[in-house]
Ligand binder design. Structure first.
Ligand SMILES: Nc1ncnc2c1ncn2[C@@H]1O[C@H](COP(=O)(O)OP(=O)(O)OP(=O)(O)O)[C@@H](O)[C@H]1O
Length: 238
């Protein structure tokens, strides 16, 4: 079986009768790669991420996630696959603010995902710099701390792929840098695959590979250069 964790073949997504937010996107992301998706506003970055992650259904083409063709998977099977094989980090965190840090991080496991013991939870909270804060309600945390909770929740089940949509968009540069290093460490240490949408060349510079979108098409696919070269590439692609 092909174990390439993310594969898209001729992927297209149309909204309404005319607007193709994505057109003919084909790509394969091997295990252990950190991919950044960039492009001007409205170029289709979030749509691509959502289609690859099985959060949105493509209009054309196919997507394989963790070895399964998800394009025609029924909703229940798709939900199980996402729960067991994918982690998600979004700018808006999607945390439950009245629950504690620990309960938020354990949510995927509580929803029937892979089991997580207390030692693994403590190690994960330490790893993201939240050691000792497990019993604090998330509503009492700063933005940077909340994003770390979101990262811990995404990584705790050791998913094959982590999908991140602007994970540092709401953070100051220092805190954002910490979140990116956590994602980088998951790639280096655990061989995880990360697909991250970002506007920020400094964030994208943490990746191995840069995908550039323009009007829904994949117009660039390169090894990630440094941040200033990324800015130049973005200016050309806009
Ligand atoms: N649910 C929707 N219904 C209709 N059109 C949509 C929907 N979601 C996205 N679009 C359109 O699809 C195109 C791509 O949107 P998308 O959000 O993927 O872009 P993006 O590159 O992530 O943008 P941004 O950088 O502003 O977040 C845009 O023209 C957008 O208006």
């Amino acid at each position: 079986m092909d174990d390439t964790p993310v594969v898209a073949d001729g992927l297209g997504r149309r909204y309404g009768s005319r607007l193709w937010a994505l057109r003919e996107v084909s790509l394969a992301v091997p295990a252990g790669q950190f991919v950044a998706v960039m492009g001007a506003t409205g170029s289709g970055k979030s749509t691509l991420l959502h289609c690859l992650a099985g959060l949105d259904r493509p209009t054309a083409g196919r997507v394989r996630l963790a070895g399964r063709d998800i394009t025609r998977l029924r909703e229940a099977a798709l939900t199980r696959l996402r729960r067991d094989r994918a982690g998600f980090v979004f700018q808006s965190y999607n945390l439950l603010s009245t629950l504690t840090v620990a309960r938020n991080v354990l949510l995927p496991a509580r929803l029937g995902g892979p089991r997580v013991g207390p030692a693994a939870l403590a190690a994960m909270l330490d790893a993201v710099g939240l050691g000792g804060l497990g019993d604090r309600p998330v509503g009492e945390l700063s933005g940077g701390q909340r994003q770390r909770v979101a990262v811990a929740r995404a990584l705790i089940t050791r998913p094959a792929v982590v999908f991140a949509d602007e994970p540092t968009g709401a953070l100051d540069p220092a805190t954002g840098g910490q979140v990116l290093r956590l994602l980088r460490a998951a790639v280096e240490r655990d061989g995880m695959t990360v697909v991250m949408v970002s506007h920020d060349p400094l964030a994208a510079a943490h990746s191995d590979r840069l995908l550039l979108l323009r009007e829904g098409r994949l117009v660039g696919d390169t090894r990630t250069p440094d941040a200033s070269s990324i800015s130049a590439l973005l200016a050309v692609a806009a």
